[in-house]
Design a protein around this ligand. Structure first.
Ligand code: ZN
Ligand code: ZN
Length: 210
């Protein structure tokens, strides 16, 4: 009985140690991946700042794309660590293969979801038309509120006609739709529920531990 007891507590101690070791490795990897993505996003912002004609929509789409790639990569990062942890034969092979199977199933569903998000963000990048309105013709701009944009109070640049018939510059309104889904003037719901945008350069704050 005594021998069994010491063996058991020794095993638990080892398990505890291995668990925190795995958590530590994963957290370091997670931080490194995020730092790399942050540097990359800074380069993107610098590139779009220097390019002629501020292109807020493209910039936002690129930042969103990078963020989804990062989320996918971060979902994959802990998988080998936990795979090794669960496949430890000391737990008994039945328990170990059960845990490995459960973990891989859980991981696969989350990775498939992230792959879908990633491809959706690529598709959004290649989409030419704006999904909350269409480019306005010159007559539409003139017959509306003159050719001044209500957001920037300047002459319209690449005017976009929203579904509610209000017109704004493309850059102004795409910046607005990073945060809102309604028209800035009449509050009509314009933007459909869509892929979550990380166009302002924001990032998910959670640690991806499992
Ligand atoms: Zn404007
Ligand atoms: Zn409106």
């Amino acid at each position: 009985m005594m021998i069994f007891y010491t063996h058991w507590s020794c095993f638990l101690q080892k398990l505890y140690h291995q668990f925190w070791h795995a958590i530590f490795i994963i957290m370091v990897n997670d931080i490194l991946a995020r730092q790399t993505a942050m540097i990359f996003k800074c380069f993107l912002l610098m590139y779009y700042k220097n390019s002629r004609g501020r292109n807020y929509r493209k910039q936002g789409q690129m930042l969103t794309l990078v963020e989804y790639l990062l989320l996918l990569y971060r979902a994959l990062l802990p998988a080998p660590v936990w795979y090794r942890f669960f496949l430890n034969k000391e737990y008994g092979s039945l328990f170990s293969s059960l845990m490995t199977g459960l973990y891989l199933t859980f991981k696969l569903t989350s990775v498939v979801e992230k792959v879908q998000y990633f491809f959706a963000s690529i598709k959004a990048l290649s989409r030419k038309e704006v999904h909350y309105g269409a480019y306005a013709t010159l007559e539409q701009v003139v017959s509306a509120a003159g050719d001044l944009c209500a957001i920037c109070q300047e002459k319209m640049h690449a005017p976009i006609l929203l579904r509610c018939k209000h017109i704004f510059c493309e850059d102004c309104v795409s910046e607005w739709f990073e945060r809102e889904r309604t028209c800035p003037l009449c509050r009509a719901l314009v933007k459909p529920a869509d892929l979550r945008s990380f166009g302002d350069g924001s990032t998910s704050l959670f640690f991806q531990l499992f």
